[in-house]
Design a binder for this molecule. Structure first.
Ligand SMILES: Cc1ncc(C[n+]2csc(CCOP(=O)(O)OP(=O)(O)O)c2C)c(N)n1
Ligand SMILES: [Mg+2]
Length: 569
């Protein structure tokens, strides 16, 4: 009898079976005595491949990256010391709407029942505090027991997937090997179907408004990707010949060579044509727009008053609120009902620049760097940025089928290095490009060793500018608190893997960079580019300068002479 037909299974095996059915092929994490029994079950079952990381924080970032490409991820950590190490990343998954299952191997039920002081606890016989901590940063939490495991495992996995949010599960270490009676049917990941009447009325109302408008447009935020609705949006835009802009967190969700693509919208910081398409639209369809400082041009965004707000499970149209309507189904119905429009032909698309025009022997500048990298992009690339001057990638004109992974809302530096391990694990056949600063990299650099250990082949573009240049635009242009130690970054692949085939470069001129960009992608390429601490893209500096006004107010220290790095004029 195959495992999927058995009526009895151990709790641990059942959990692993459900993860596999939900498409989680590679849980990340760090072992500990409270989860080793589950890891042994994972080894014995040999259906999932566990990926050990250097830290739980990095495991949480890796899981987030993995889920962004596959739709769901998991990590296994040990009680409290492991779980709390991961909590920053789990909270980030909550902010960024990424479904991640955090499984904490926790203290035995025996210890809980008897109130025994245990290691990895406060030592006072209490046990609920960590569930409480995770209640703040997850959509659902549970401590498994033999009598709730069947229902709670399914509830948590389905909640994560349906709501696109993380969940937290404690598996007490003395129950993973206990047999429970289990359902034979596999777990099916599906959104609940829409209410038929609400769906029909909602789609009819949206179609009528879009059809009557002279300049309809769509604004796409990241939930369009989380709910897998990009294809329907593109189809609708093509059929009705309407403009589609994205927010920064949704960059690359819409193919940037699509004729109706209108750019990245960010309030007053948008390109004028993008701003016009959105703010002057007489019927804007917003897909889950979540304005924060960084996606609203520091609150200068002005969406039209009659904007239709569609979200994962609900829609607002004027005074009408529609519940129980699934985003993908709503868009599908609108596409089907929408008239074919021919009166709004698309603009001509401008081709991506081929490469840098700068003098090869000149010292590398940020301007020449980003210009050269624009020409390096290929269709299908996965691009990462961390917080820092590498935010310049939001200005790239992307080739088709790219994915951008960033954490614009949560913004925890170092995220990108851990998340890169996750996307490489999920899609090793794609080319992965990491754009990261020295300061961000220093937070999570050790995960490079796991990337090398699994023979992944990303290209890492590290800017060595001696510290936190993006922060110098807020405050402390020349202060030492914005400096970091100068590492031999390009030597790290060799440190982390002595017999590595990684190709490392320290780049100081445009010609050095061109040479590094010409090598093949058959092993890791690590390009450390040395640039000045006061060299920064103007858009990043404008954002930092504005951020300081919001953060410190009119009486803040940012107005002192030379307190801030400003855009070059
Ligand atoms: C965990 C965390 N700590 C601190 C910060 C504040 N912070 C935002 S950007 C940044 C500096 C990034 O510097 P670097 O990666 O070197 O980028 P650069 O601007 O120099 O290119 C810091 C410290 C943060 N966002 N997250
Ligand atoms: Mg830096």
């Amino acid at each position: 009898m195959s495992a999927s037909q058995r009526r009895w299974m151990t709790i641990g095996e059942f959990l692993l079976r459900r993860l596999g059915e939900a498409g989680v092929g590679h849980p990340f994490g760090v072992p500990g005595d409270f989860n080793l029994e589950l890891l042994q079950q994972l080894e014995d079952a040999d259906t999932l491949k566990w990926v050990g990381t250097c830290s739980e924080l990095n495991a949480s970032y890796a899981a987030d990256g993995y889920a962004r490409l596959t739709g769901l991820a998991a990590l296994t950590v040990t009680n409290a010391v492991g779980a709390l190490g991961a909590i920053n990343g789990i909270a980030g998954s909550y902010a960024e709407h990424v479904p991640v299952i955090c499984i904490a191997g926790s203290i035995p039920l025996r210890s809980i029942e008897r109130g025994l002081g245990m290691h990895h606890t406060m030592g006072d016989g209490t046990w609920d505090g960590f569930l409480g901590a995770f209640a703040q940063v997850t959509a659902a939490q549970a401590r498994l027991t033999p009598y709730n495991a069947v229902t709670e495992i399914d509830r948590l996995i389905l909640t994560a997937w349906r709501e696109k949010l993380p969940v937290y599960m404690e598996l007490p270490s003395d129950i993973a090997y206990l047999d429970i009676e289990i359902p034979e049917a596999p777990l099916i990941l599906a959104q609940p179907s829409s209410d038929p009447e609400r769906l029909a009325s909602c789609a009819t109302a949206i179609t009528a408004r879009l059809s009557a408008a002279a300049s309809p447009a769509i604004l796409v935020d990241q939930d369009a990707d989380r709910y897998g609705a990009a294809a329907e949006i593109t189809e609708l835009a093509e059929k009705m010949q309407l403009s589609v802009a994205v927010t920064g967190p949704a960059k690359a969700v819409i193919d940037e060579t699509f004729p109706y693509y209108a750019g990245v919208y960010n309030g007053a910081a948008s390109p004028p044509a993008t701003r016009q398409a959105i703010e002057a639209s007489d019927c804007l369809l917003s897909i889950a727009y979540r304005p924060i400082d960084g996606t609203s041009g520091d609150f200068t965004a002005k969406l039209p008053a009659n904007t239709i707000h569609a979200r994962g499970h609900s829609v607002d149209i004027g005074e009408d609120n529609y519940q129980a309507v699934a985003l993908k189904e709503v868009l599908r119905a609108v596409v089907d009902a929408a008239p074919q429009v021919t009166s709004r032909p698309a603009r001509q698309h401008t081709a991506a620049a081929a490469g840098t025009q700068a003098d090869g022997s000149a010292n590398l500048t940020q301007a020449a760097y980003w210009e050269a990298l624009q020409g390096y992009l290929r269709p299908g690339d996965v691009l990462f940025t961390d917080n820092g001057t590498s935010y310049a990638i939001f200005g790239f004109r992307l080739t088709p089928d790219c994915t951008v992974v960033a954490s614009v809302i949560w913004g925890s530096i170092g995220y990108s290095v851990g998340a890169l391990l996750g996307t490489l694990t999920a899609a090793p056949e794609r080319r992965h490009l990491l754009f990261v600063g020295d300061g961000s990299f220093q937070e999570t650099a050790q995960e490079l060793s796991t990337i090398l250990r699994h023979d992944h082949k990303p290209v890492i573009f590290l800017i060595n500018n001696g510290g936190y240049t993006i922060e110098r635009g807020y405050m402390g242009k020349t202060e030492t608190y914005n400096d970091v130690a100068n590492w031999a970054y390009a030597d790290l692949p060799k440190v982390f893997q002595p017999d590595t085939t990684a190709r490392s470069f320290v780049v100081k001129t445009v010609a050095d960079l061109e040479k590094a960009l010409s090598v093949p992608n058959d092993s890791m390429v690590f390009i450390e580019s040395v640039m000045g601490p006061y060299d920064a893209p103007a858009a990043v500096m404008h954002s930092s300068n504005n951020g300081a006004e919001l953060d410190y107010g009119p009486r803040g220290p940012q107005h002192r002479a030379n307190a801030q790095l400003r855009p070059a004029t």
